[in-house]
Design a protein around this ligand. Structure first.
Ligand SMILES: Cc1ncc(COP(=O)(O)O)c(C=O)c1O
Length: 438
């Protein structure tokens, strides 16, 4: 009999319940082997909307004023979002990728520059740096927090480094005290990729307001969704004027003076009125959803942290709220009879708790090598630099995290306490049955 099973029986005998689960529900045959699943009730689908969105989208349709130049809806959302985050200004874009591209452009980061980024992120973070003809210089991940390891940033800075782009990945804030201190010391810009971190907080201030510019995504899966959408927020009026002007074909705006029709280089990254109408209606539920995810996320941690082999993410001391775009933990197979993570995830899913393994080591996927071999990069960086870059493309902590991570979807945290108990009980049940996993 395993130590944990013995512990469970002892707990039953003494009428106490182990901290990591409900004994009766965590006992029994695994659902993957034909047993009764812990949960059959479905989880909510996403996004969730109400009729108020239908009315405002229809009224925009009927007005014929579909682009922001002929309506007020995008401007209204920008003002409200900036206020909600405690930022002076907000400029909406077609999506988060283009928010990041715009931020890099207005900060004059481009050919021959280097940007410090986390390898553990959605691929858009890589793409925007490469797309700006700059070198994405990865810093290994802190596996406990899933964030960029701030203690390894300085060793990657050189005379061409221009910016740090921390990603508050999974909605958990990166260590902004350390990142901002390093940026100040080396005179670097900080662009927060807050595309998964709406209303997350660092020492009471919202993520996205902690660096020079902050970027958000409002894509379908996001907590504030409108299909596709994005925003840049900031406090520097001149910089924000440049964001506005740039996203509007380079037309004059504020301090971008009307010396001609097109005083600066621009592009069209404007959000439509429809997108903003959906965002305004989604915004009504954002704060209450966030609070619920935050409460449930912490509750889930308290329920699973004692299960051997399950290591919930750690939040840095400065985190005053996490957004939990995903709820991550690490799976240590040595505590599960060496069952591969895929077996564990399949067993958990069969118990009614869907999950995924998250990001892989994407810097080995081919896109980095393709960028290094591109005409642009060969012209912008010396052969010696690109050779050294290739040699340094090793991130052991990130590689290990990619093998061990397990993610739960954000919708699951919108449910009640009993639903969160289901998650914990299902994990405990798989643990109890670990001997039968392989
Ligand atoms: C961390 C991160 N950065 C950037 C993006 C890009 O945002 P979008 O999909 O809106 O272009 C995303 C979107 O998933 C993201 O998660």
């Amino acid at each position: 009999m395993s130590a944990a099973s013995a512990g469970t029986l002892a707990a039953i005998a003494s009428r106490t319940v182990p901290a990591y689960g409900n004994v009766s529900r965590s006992a029994g045959k695994l659902a993957i082997h034909g047993g009764r699943p812990v949960r059959t009730k479905p989880w909510p689908s996403w996004p969730i909307w109400d009729e108020s969105a239908e009315e405002s989208v229809l009224s925009i349709l009927r007005s014929g004023n579909w682009f922001r130049g002929r309506g007020q809806t995008v401007s209204e959302f920008e003002a409200k979002y900036a206020q909600l985050l405690g930022a002076k200004r907000c400029v909406c874009t077609v999506n988060g990728t283009n928010a990041l591209l715009t931020a890099l452009h207005v900060l004059d980061i481009g050919v021959g520059d280097e940007v410090i980024v986390s390898p553990y992120t959605f691929i858009a973070t890589y793409n925007v740096v490469i797309g700006s003809c700059a070198l994405p210089v990865f810093v290994d991940t802190d596996p406990e927090t899933f964030q960029i390891n701030p203690d390894k940033i300085e060793e990657r800075i050189n005379e061409n480094t221009r910016a740090i782009m921390p990603v508050h990945i999974l909605g958990l804030p990166a260590n902004m005290d350390k990142i901002n201190a390093i940026a100040r010391k080396h005179n670097l810009k900080v662009i927060e990729d807050a595309c998964q971190a709406w209303l997350a907080e660092w020492r009471g201030k919202k993520c996205g307001t902690l660096g020079d510019l902050g970027c958000f995504s409002f894509q379908n899966s996001k907590h504030l969704p409108c299909g596709e959408g994005g925003a840049i927020i900031g406090n520097d009026e001149e910089l924000m004027d440049r964001c506005y002007s740039f996203h509007n074909c380079g037309r004059p705006y504020g301090s971008v003076k009307r010396t001609s029709s097109y005083p600066i280089i621009g592009t069209n990254r404007r959000m439509t009125e429809y997108q903003a109408a959906i965002l305004l209606s989604q915004m009504k539920r954002l704060e209450s959803d966030m609070e619920r995810r935050w409460t449930n996320g912490q509750y889930l941690t308290s329920k699973i942290e004692d299960i051997p082999g399950i290591v919930p993410h750690r939040l840095y001391d400065g985190v005053t709220r996490a957004a939990f775009h995903l709820y991550p933990f690490r799976y240590k197979k040595e505590h599960f009879n060496n069952a591969p993570r895929e077996k564990f995830m399949a067993a958990l899913a069969a118990e009614g708790v869907p999950c995924s393994g998250g990001y892989g080591p994407q810097y080995r996927d081919g896109l980095i090598e393709a960028a290094l071999n591109s005409k642009n990069f060969k012209r912008s960086f010396s052969k010696a630099r690109l050779d050294r870059y290739r040699e340094e493309l090793h991130y052991p902590d990130n590689d290990q995290l990619c093998k061990e991570a397990v993610w739960l979807g954000q919708q699951m945290l919108l449910m009640d306490k009993q639903d969160i108990d289901d998650i914990a009980d299902a994990i405990a049940k798989v643990y109890e049955n670990r001997d039968k996993l392989v």
